[in-house]
Design a protein around this ligand. Structure first.
Ligand SMILES: CC/C=C\C/C=C\C/C=C\C/C=C\C/C=C\C/C=C\CC/C=C/C(=O)SCCNC(=O)CCNC(=O)[C@H](O)C(C)(C)COP(=O)(O)OP(=O)(O)OC[C@H]1O[C@@H](n2cnc3c(N)ncnc32)[C@H](O)[C@@H]1OP(=O)(O)O
Ligand SMILES: Cc1cc2nc3c(=O)[nH]c(=O)nc-3n(C[C@H](O)[C@H](O)[C@H](O)COP(=O)(O)OP(=O)(O)OC[C@H]3O[C@@H](n4cnc5c(N)ncnc54)[C@H](O)[C@@H]3O)c2cc1C
Length: 661
């Protein structure tokens, strides 16, 4: 029985067409749909007991699943696209994420043609397994502060990789702890006593025969992390080198080279390309944020439609909690954010591909923008997604706290995204530097392009005032864009003015860093809003699909406007009356979305296996499933628990004795 059937009947749009919009294309939808069902129906990919397993058992099971996934990929002759979808739907962080997601891209981005020819075929066949070993115990954010050394020995034509201090121990790399045979290791290059900064080196860590660490290598897992199951399937590792020697040709030499006679040569590509793998991964993290958020929102939306509290009249049913305006005000902006992040993720992938093509043609002009966009949007989307998952847990009341709701594990596995690939505050400060540089160059005749082109309208934006007179005026895209542009430009200019009061710019930057982060957030929110609006300019087929997306877009920007109205009011773009009208329009959009809410989450097309949540299951049959699941908990294997006779019975006896006294 479908307990959500009535909700599904209310939908005012074509769900099948929305599924295609969400997937990106009909082809992407068909691949995703087929692979998700394949994984869901294969008992080899079961994950329902994951949060109950002890670490060793959990980890071994992940190794089994990764090997099984690899076998299925081969047996079924899956394409690269299908294989990547399969890994996604298996839904278990594993060493393979780092192998495919960072090790291979690092060699592709920073290796010469010759190096790629040697290492990539081995990696593609998984005859070697790699990790990305950058972070150390003492330094993560400050990459220039890394202490591992790579000293060139001209006698033997080798580099000597060494960990000179405890804090130089590599610490965190995923896949390193127990599995990787190789790593791209970042180290401080030293030639003839002279330092040349941080470079990447391919280093073999373990024997390909017996998996033991090679001489001079000390390696292990760094220990349990936050949450049950969750990221504990990953072997984040610690690594130390004691004068380990590697051939000279294992330094990744696309950006700079060391010659046989020990000369350091810089190519014509910018040095920052050493950071290129991080740009790539930040872009994939943005593209993935909508998946994690949409998953939590699916659970919270379906459950909110099933759950009833208060409001029964004449013995009739109580009110569905989704009908409470407070529930809508917490849930619908998250639903809208999931769609917003999907579209900005698609755009960022386009931007990344564009910058990659330009780099190949030696056009480096858009690299700073790509860095600022990937850093800023990674920060914005992961913060909102991690907070959003936790909000979804609260939206599900007490039952959201059960592991069987799927939300605790989803939160635990997702929340480190706010830290890895760059701490979110550190990344926003990079955006702020980019903005300050842009403002300082405005008078120089250099035209700001791309996502900062709005800065070219600075004179107009500094003086313009909002013209909204009635709530519906907030539905005009041009009005909304101007509001977000004016806010972003005014906040950036205000920071620049305050910075100019300092004689030492770095001191000023440090002192004003909290304001700078806010200016960076305003700029990134403008990007997300503008990309959502751009998406709506496209031809979107399907009955009612575009109208639903317009409503969600409105909810996204009006919610932001309401939440940050202090910014909009302080920069004098809006009057308090216009801010109140925005809120009126927001409430009207909640009413419009309400009958479509369940269908809008159905459009994500997630299987019950992928959701891994009793509260979010498609048929909404929550209570019997919760009840049955409780009895399956290992604690209920016996009626009298282990430990009763040792620890509880003596207590009771003592109490009985005291009572008799
Ligand atoms: C129940 C569920 C179960 C299972 C669920 C399964 C899945 C879960 C679902 C979703 C998961 C979602 C996504 C997962 C996808 C992938 C992730 C997988 C694993 C994560 C693994 C993590 C890996 C890592 O963390 S690797 C280490 C990353 N480290 C960092 O990011 C360090 C951050 N620091 C820096 O980047 C830099 O050091 C810095 C902060 C930028 C400072 O550098 P520096 O001191 O050199 O800087 P300056 O400020 O002086 O800048 C100099 C100059 O360079 C420019 N610059 C800086 N960086 C870059 C760059 N990257 N590219 C281009 N240019 C750059 C900077 O702007 C300056 O330019 P100017 O001189 O012109 O001003
Ligand atoms: C689950 C997980 C997986 C990881 N996987 C890998 C991996 O595969 N490979 C790898 O190399 N690394 C990996 N890392 C490491 C990760 O990249 C770093 O932890 C991350 O870059 C943050 O650096 P940090 O730990 O040095 O934080 P810190 O920089 O020490 O941050 C601590 C605090 O200081 C603040 N702070 C730091 N600098 C500044 C500043 N300039 N201005 C203002 N505030 C500042 C931060 O905002 C934060 O609040 C992983 C980490 C995690 C949690």
């Amino acid at each position: 029985m479908d307990y959500l059937a009535d909700e599904r009947k209310k939908a005012e749009f074509d769900v099948d067409e929305m599924k295609i919009v969400w997937a990106g294309s009909r082809h992407a939808f068909e691949v995703s749909d087929r692979i998700s069902k394949l994984v869901a129906n294969d008992p080899g990919f079961r994950k329902d007991t994951r949060t109950m397993l002890a670490r060793k058992e959990l980890f071994k099971n992940t190794l089994r699943k990764a090997a099984y996934a690899w076998k299925r990929i081969h047996d079924l002759h899956l394409s690269e696209e299908e294989a990547s979808r399969l890994r996604f739907y298996v839904d278990e962080p594993a060493y393979t994420d780092l192998h495919w997601g960072m090790f291979v891209p690092a060699i592709k981005g920073q290796g010469t043609d010759e190096q790629q020819k040697k290492w990539l075929p081995l990696a593609y066949k998984m005859q070697i397994i790699g990790c990305y070993a950058q972070t150390e115990l003492g330094h993560g954010s400050n990459v220039q502060g890394l202490e591992t050394t790579a000293t060139f020995d001209p006698q033997t034509d080798e580099f000597v990789i060494h960990s000179p201090t405890l804090t130089s121990s590599k610490w965190w790399p995923g896949g390193l702890g127990k599995v990787s045979t190789h790593g791209v290791v970042y180290a401080r290059l030293i030639i003839n006593g002279e330092e040349h900064g941080i470079h990447g080196f391919i280093v073999q860590l373990r024997s390909l025969e017996d998996h033991l660490p090679l001489p001079g290598v000390t390696v292990g897992d760094i220990g349990m992390k936050f949450g049950n199951g969750a990221y504990n399937t990953m072997d984040n590792g610690v690594l130390r080198f004691d004068h380990v020697r590697i051939p000279r040709n294992q330094m990744l030499m696309r950006v700079s080279q060391v010659t046989r006679d020990g000369k350091y040569k810089q190519s014509d590509v910018p040095r920052q390309l050493v950071y290129g793998t991080m740009v790539y991964v930040r872009q994939t993290i943005v593209a993935d944020a909508s998946c994690a958020l949409s998953r939590a929102v699916t659970i919270a939306t379906r459950y909110s439609a099933v759950r009833r509290q208060f409001g029964s009249q004449n013995g009739g049913p109580e009110t569905q909690v989704i009908d409470y305006k407070t529930q809508q005000n917490r849930l619908f902006p998250l639903l809208a954010s999931a769609y917003a992040f999907k579209f900005v993720g698609e755009w960022l992938t386009w931007l990344y591909n564009d910058v990659t093509q330009r780099l190949q043609a030696s056009d480096f002009s858009t690299l700073p923008e790509a860095h600022a966009c990937t850093a800023g949007l990674k920060s914005l989307t992961t913060t909102a997604t991690a907070d959003g998952i936790e909000e979804c847990r609260k939206l599900c009341g007490g039952h959201g706290y059960l592991c069987s709701s799927g939300l605790p594990e989803l939160f635990a596995v997702y929340v480190p995204a706010c830290t890895y690939e760059g701490d979110n505050t550190v990344l926003l400060l990079q955006v702020a530097r980019f903005l300050m540089k842009t403002v300082s160059q405005l008078g120089s005749g250099k035209k700001p392009l791309g996502t900062i082109s709005y800065m070219g309208k600075i004179e107009h934006l500094m003086q313009s005032r909002c013209t909204v007179q009635k709530a519906e005026d907030w539905l005009k895209p041009s009005q909304v864009l101007e509001a977000f542009e004016a806010r972003a430009v005014k906040m950036a200019v205000s920071c620049a003015k305050n910075l100019s009061k300092f004689t030492n710019p770095e001191e000023g930057f440090a002192e004003l860093s909290a304001d700078l982060v806010e200016a960076a957030v305003a700029h990134c929110q403008l990007i997300v809003v503008s990309k959502f609006i751009d998406k709506l300019q496209q031809d979107i087929p399907g009955k009612g699909v575009k109208q639903q997306l317009e409503a969600l877009c409105g909810i996204y920007y009006l919610y932001l406007l309401h939440k940050h109205q202090g910014d909009f009011l302080a920069t004098s773009y809006l009057t308090p009356k216009q801010a109140a009208l925005a809120n009126d329009q927001l409430r009207a959009l909640y009413t419009k979305v309400r009958p479509n809410a369940v269908a809008l989450v159905d459009s994500f097309n997630y299987t019950d296996h992928f959701l891994g949540s009793i509260l979010g299951c498609y048929d909404g049959n929550v209570y019997p499933k919760l009840y049955d699941a409780a009895w399956k908990d290992p604690l209920n294997d016996s009626v009298v628990p282990e430990g009763y006779h040792e620890y509880v019975r003596p207590l009771l006896k003592q109490q009985l004795h005291t009572a008799k006294l």
